[in-house]
Design a protein around this ligand. Structure first.
Ligand code: NAD
Length: 474
């Protein structure tokens, strides 16, 4: 972020309120109802002591439940030195709208611990995570039907497994304990496909947009992903997986940006080779054949077709929005574009695919994991053999009628019943594609100019439907 922008006291929550208010103008809904949807239902700010080395450190942490219109609440936990109440409230609110868009039955929530995991030992991160979980348990802020955390910036499977273990040790008779957190390792009740879900969802969403002639024509691009020049900021969970799927689909990853700088090669970067280089050298810089860009922010301004910010919020602001050359921006991160920048980009005709839709793949697959944990059965267990037997019978009939044997390799492919990963990916793909078209249709039918406003209108309508079903508003 530029110095000018850093000095500004920015309320992230007010950015979301602005987006919400812009959308609300397209709906005739009583002000009080809109106020209720916007407000955070519960904010838990905590401080607890942890012994780090020989010193006691007081840790600041949060869990915010934005909306109780559906329970449990759902949302990730982030570890970062930038964590503050405003940020966590905003991210919790985004979760509410996100869940409504992809039709998963949760209210939005978010958690955060103010710390830098990169400067702490694994033992200390574990200590802090477990203490944070017990604080949540004490205040009834976690549980399969109450509030279900998941990974976010700075956290992953490892942290989720500590959360689950702490929950189970303090709630030993809870039969559905596995469903108290998602994003767990497979060995601890996780679902196959969760780790890459957000990045894959980002890919499915952008792929769908790129399939549409009308939309591609509006920004002067050809249909399809093959050959499109892509820049990705942040090579963490979301950015890495998104980069891999784009690369596999034939897009050209021309630049990758990390904290320490960015790398550029107009002929394309092989993502797995970059990761290998990162693991060996501790940095993406000096990757063979690529040019270093020391000021990592400048990578956002390079000429490309698709820009995917997948690191942090407010990275595209009014000071750099006019320098962005991408035709499409896919918000993989939460809130990467400020409202001022959004307006600039809209005027310039850039297509922005908003976070409240595009990065909802994680919560979608978290929903599948939660259902798996509650049902105590792995996906595919009931139907895999049945489908295989049915397919075998069908093939036999076809072979008899055609008097022709199907090749062994082809047979193997056709016979295979759906595994957990197949079902999860198919559910995710369907969710992302149908979510995209619902927002697009609403945008077209109402004449709303940008996809973010249309997505907010769609989400608000869905939330009001739920309130009406509960009979909360007269
Ligand atoms: P992560 O911690 O796995 O990765 C973040 C990456 O960004 C890291 O590699 C980090 O080094 C890099 N980074 C930090 N500052 C940077 C900078 N200034 N420039 C370039 N790179 C920088 O986090 P994640 O889970 O991938 O989350 C990334 C974003 O996606 C966040 O906004 C998060 O809220 C959002 N998100 C994540 C999920 C999920 O399932 N993990 C779901 C929805 C949204």
């Amino acid at each position: 972020m530029s110095k000018k922008n850093q000095n500004k006291t920015y309320s992230f929550f007010s950015c979301i309120e602005k987006n919400f208010d812009k959308a609300a103008r397209f709906l005739s809904i009583e002000k009080g109802i809109l106020e209720q949807i916007k407000a955070c239902n519960a904010v838990y700010r905590m401080h607890f002591p942890v012994k780090i080395g020989k010193k006691i450190k007081v840790i600041e942490a949060y869990r915010v439940q934005h909306s109780h219109h559906k329970l449990p609440c759902k949302g990730g936990i982030r570890y970062s030195t930038k964590v503050n109440q405003d940020e966590i409230m905003t991210l919790a609110a985004l979760m509410t709208y996100k869940c409504a868009i992809v039709d998963v039955p949760f209210g939005g929530a978010k958690g955060g611990i103010k710390m830098d995991p990169q400067t702490l030992s694994v033992e200390n991160i574990e200590k802090i995570t477990r203490r944070y979980t017990s604080e949540l348990i004490k205040k009834n802020f976690i549980g399969p039907g109450i509030d279900v955390p998941a990974p976010d910036y700075g956290t992953g499977e490892r942290e989720m497994s500590w959360i689950f273990d702490t929950f189970l040790s303090l709630r030993p008779v809870e039969v559905d304990a596995l469903a108290c957190v998602t994003g767990k390792p497979i060995s601890q009740g996780g679902v196959r496909g969760r780790k890459e879900a957000t990045g894959l969802g980002v890919f499915y969403g952008i792929r769908e947009l790129c399939r549409l002639k009308e939309d591609m024509f509006s920004v002067g691009l050809d249909v399809g992903l093959v050959g499109k020049r892509v820049i990705i900021q942040g090579l963490g969970n979301v950015g890495y997986h998104a980069a891999t799927f784009f690369h596999e689909a034939g897009a050209i990853i021309i630049a990758l940006a990390e904290r320490e700088g960015a790398i550029y090669n107009k002929k394309g970067l092989n993502v797995s080779d970059v990761i290998f280089h990162l693991k060996n050298t501790g940095s993406i810089l000096n990757f063979p054949g690529a040019k270093n860009i020391d000021n990592t922010e400048k990578a956002l301004e390079l000429e490309c077709d698709i820009l995917i910010p997948a690191a942090l919020e407010n990275v595209i602001h009014k000071n750099n929005a006019n320098c962005i050359q991408a035709k499409i921006i896919g918000e993989a991160a939460n809130g990467p574009i400020t409202p001022e920048a959004d307006e600039i980009l809209e005027k310039r005709g850039v297509i922005v695919v908003p976070d409240i839709y595009l990065n909802a793949g994680g919560v979608t697959v978290s929903y599948f994991e939660w259902l798996k944990n509650l049902s105590h059965v792995r996906y595919g267990r009931m139907e895999k053999r049945f489908s295989e037997n049915m397919n075998a019978e069908l093939l036999q009939v076809i072979e008899t009628i055609c008097r022709k044997k199907i090749l062994k390799e082809e047979k193997k492919m056709i016979l295979r019943g759906a595994r957990e990963i197949d079902l999860v990916r198919s559910g995710l793909e369907d969710t992302m594609i149908s979510g995209f078209h619902k927002i697009r249709e609403l945008k077209k039918s109402t004449g709303i100019k940008n996809m973010r406003t249309a997505a907010f209108v769609f989400a608000i309508k869905k939330i009001i439907d739920s309130y009406e079903k509960l009979g909360i508003f007269p």
